[in-house]
Ligand binder design. Structure first.
Ligand code: TTP
Ligand code: MG
Length: 399
């Protein structure tokens, strides 16, 4: 299995399209006043700039930093072209995110090194950008290997070296091991993959159930693909960073409606319905709160998602604090189904949603929207998620 990940993707595309930027410290940012660094060139990284910093913070650290407003069209075009190229080598390609793909090398008659050379040459010659390629026995090893010698890296992990290779990483670098779990493990005296193996499969399973078993397996380099994992959608979500300073409760509710509508429009577009609604609020001081609620019915309707997220919002949000970001996601997904109304609705919403979706589909996503959404200074998805894919639905989990 090979994992291909573009280096500083958005920044590299910008550098390639403007020779004046070549080799300079650049950061790609959004179009609005309050915006963060989406990614930055390796020259900028060496000077301390990081993804997620505000543009002011980044400029303070690196006064020579060149800020470039991102252009999603360019990135999605380059991404699609690269993914289409990979498919010409083998159809067994999984597009994992906007700049990342897994390619199964098992059934093609090419050794990993030649494959890496071929792909790197194509991408560089066609787009003037570099990528890093990791190759290993499974997706987990390949993904880790793609990160070790960035930029323009290549790393092939042989079967006999897997344990030594894995032991170089921190727990937080492993797939599926978040901050929370890392903390729990640290409290138990487990700091690395070697500690996990010593702790043992039985004890980990007893304490963490299936996740414990998973942990033990990845610490041994074993990663099992889930059947049908490729095409199943776990959740769909959107979040918006508010531009208003200390937004009023009313403005927050208007944003909530806008985001709920974006989520449900996408659910309807891709014929999905969901049961669990999760609301996420982030404050200017970077504190977060999150709450979810599972409904007794499946839905793809804006009014159900909005009503539920409103209840969640009123439960957890502290409007006196400066709310900076609100996110809503829909999970517990049922595929190939659109549900507009339920037994408790006084009217059948199907015709209304169909008409609105048709018009928005033809003339742009918020040609018809709710009047109160017009009060929001920021509209729609202005940034592109790293989990964007050339086809199908984005699979975003709000963290
Ligand atoms: P990454 O592959 O995570 O980052 P990268 O390609 O910029 O850098 P690296 O060399 O470390 O792989 O993400 C791919 C692109 O997705 C990135 O260029 C910008 C975008 N992106 C966002 O829009 N928001 C984010 O939070 C992140 C992490 C990335
Ligand atoms: Mg990348």
């Amino acid at each position: 299995m090979a994992c291909i990940d573009m280096d500083a993707f958005f920044a590299s595309v910008e550098e390639a399209s403007n020779p004046k930027l070549k080799g300079r410290p650049i950061a790609v940012i959004g179009a609005k006043e309050r915006t963060v660094v989406t990614t930055c060139s390796y020259a900028a990284r060496h000077l301390g700039v990081k993804t997620g910093m505000s543009k002011f913070e980044a400029k303070k650290i690196c006064p020579n930093l060149i800020l470039v407003v991102g252009n999603n069209r360019k990135y999605t075009y380059v991404s699609k072209e690269i993914m289409n190229y990979l498919i010409t080598i083998t159809p067994d390609v999984e597009v994992y995110s906007i700049d990342e793909a897994f390619v199964n090398l098992e059934n093609i008659n090419v050794d990993p090194e030649s494959f890496a050379y071929l792909v790197k040459s194509y991408i560089y010659q066609r787009f003037g950008i570099t990528c890093s390629i990791g190759v290993g026995i499974n997706r987990f090893i390949a993904k880790l290997a793609s990160t070790v010698s960035k930029p323009d890296g290549y790393c092939f992990v042989k079967k006999e070296d897997i344990i030594d290779f894995i032991d170089n990483f921190e727990l937080k670098d492993l797939w599926g091991v978040g901050k929370h779990l890392t903390k729990k493990l640290n409290n138990m005296g487990i700091f690395n993959t070697a500690d996990i193996r010593v702790f043992g499969k039985e004890r980990l399973s007893r304490l963490f159930g299936k996740s414990g078993e998973y942990l033990y397996k990845i610490a041994c380099g074993v990663y099992e693909e889930l059947a049908n994992k490729k095409n199943t959608v776990k959740s769909i979500g959107h979040s918006i960073t508010l531009v208003e300073n200390k937004p009023s409760l009313e403005i927050c509710h208007n944003y909530l409606l806008q985001i709920s509508d974006m989520v449900s429009q996408r659910a309807r577009k891709y014929k999905l319905a969901g049961k669990t609604i999760c609301l996420y609020v982030r404050y200017a001081n970077f504190e977060n709160s999150m709450k979810r609620c599972t409904l007794p019915f499946f839905t793809s309707a804006t009014h159900h998602i909005y009503d539920t997220s409103l209840i969640l919002f009123d439960k957890i949000a502290i409007p006196e604090k400066n709310i900076r970001q609100i996110g809503v996601s829909l999970s517990g997904i049922l595929e190939k189904t659109v549900i507009y109304s339920n037994l408790f609705d006084k009217k059948n919403w199907e015709k209304i949603y169909n008409a609105v979706d048709k018009i928005n589909g033809k003339f742009g996503s918020s040609t018809i929207t709710y009047a109160s959404v017009l009060n929001c200074e920021r509209k729609g998805a202005l940034t592109i998620s790293p989990s964007w894919k050339p086809t199908g639905v984005r699979n975003i989990n709000i963290k």
